[in-house]
Design a protein around this ligand. Structure first.
Ligand code: GDP
Ligand code: MG
Length: 181
């Protein structure tokens, strides 16, 4: 990925997943460094940018956030899937239905991305709401790991609200990696 980054000035990343899994909050957290106090439902496609310094090279990370609604997706799809460098497939760890939907999201991505081989990541959001006593109504890390493996993705669990490990060394607020495949 870093060799790809150094070649691209703007790095386009799609954020895909069901409504309410936290796509808007995650992109806000990544680009503004904070959890938004209030989010509007996303209409159509929105993007936010963040400037990164990778080995001395200035890179623009452009996060494309979408509305989950079918009626918006259809009209935006072509523009949206063009020149993509990476995809985040997001689900809510406390909402198994959002995890089940990923198969359809991945299939839609496959159909529209014209066979581009790009890095894809599985992101389980809202880890702050994980309740160890209620495993039946949550997506386990084992489920996520095996799903990611089956689809050739890296997987992460995070929280846009309370990033698991807030550390002070320049990565604050990014939603830290808890585990990865
Ligand atoms: P989107 O439809 O996928 O863009 O989801 P939003 O970003 O609009 O978030 C949906 C709801 O989930 C909002 O009420 C957020 O405040 C809440 N939310 C998003 N991320 C988190 C998180 O990491 N933890 C918690 N507890 N709530 C979150
Ligand atoms: Mg949204």
């Amino acid at each position: 990925v870093s060799s790809l980054l150094t070649r691209c000035r703007t790095f386009k990343v799609l954020v895909i997943g069901d409504s309410a899994v936290g796509k808007t909050c995650l992109t806000h957290r990544l680009c503004a460094g904070e959890f938004p106090s209030r989010v509007e439902a996303t209409i159509g496609v929105d993007f936010r940018e963040r400037q990164l310094d990778i080995h001395g090279e200035k890179i623009k990370l452009q996060l494309w956030d979408t509305a989950g609604q079918e009626r918006f997706r259809k009209s935006m799809v072509q523009h949206y899937y063009r020149n993509v460098h990476a995809v985040l497939f997001v689900y809510d760890v406390t909402c198994p239905a959002s995890f089940c939907s990923l198969t359809a999201w991945i299939e839609e991505f496959r159909q529209n991305s014209l066979g581009q081989e790009i890095p894809r990541f599985l992101v389980g959001n809202k880890s702050d709401l994980r309740d160890p006593s209620r495993t039946d109504s949550q997506v386990s890390q084992e489920q996520a790991t095996s799903f990611a493996k089956a689809h050739g993705m890296m997987c992460f669990e995070t929280s846009a609200k309370n990033p698991p490990n807030k550390c002070g060394s320049g990565r604050r607020g990014d939603g830290e990696v808890l585990y990865q495949q």
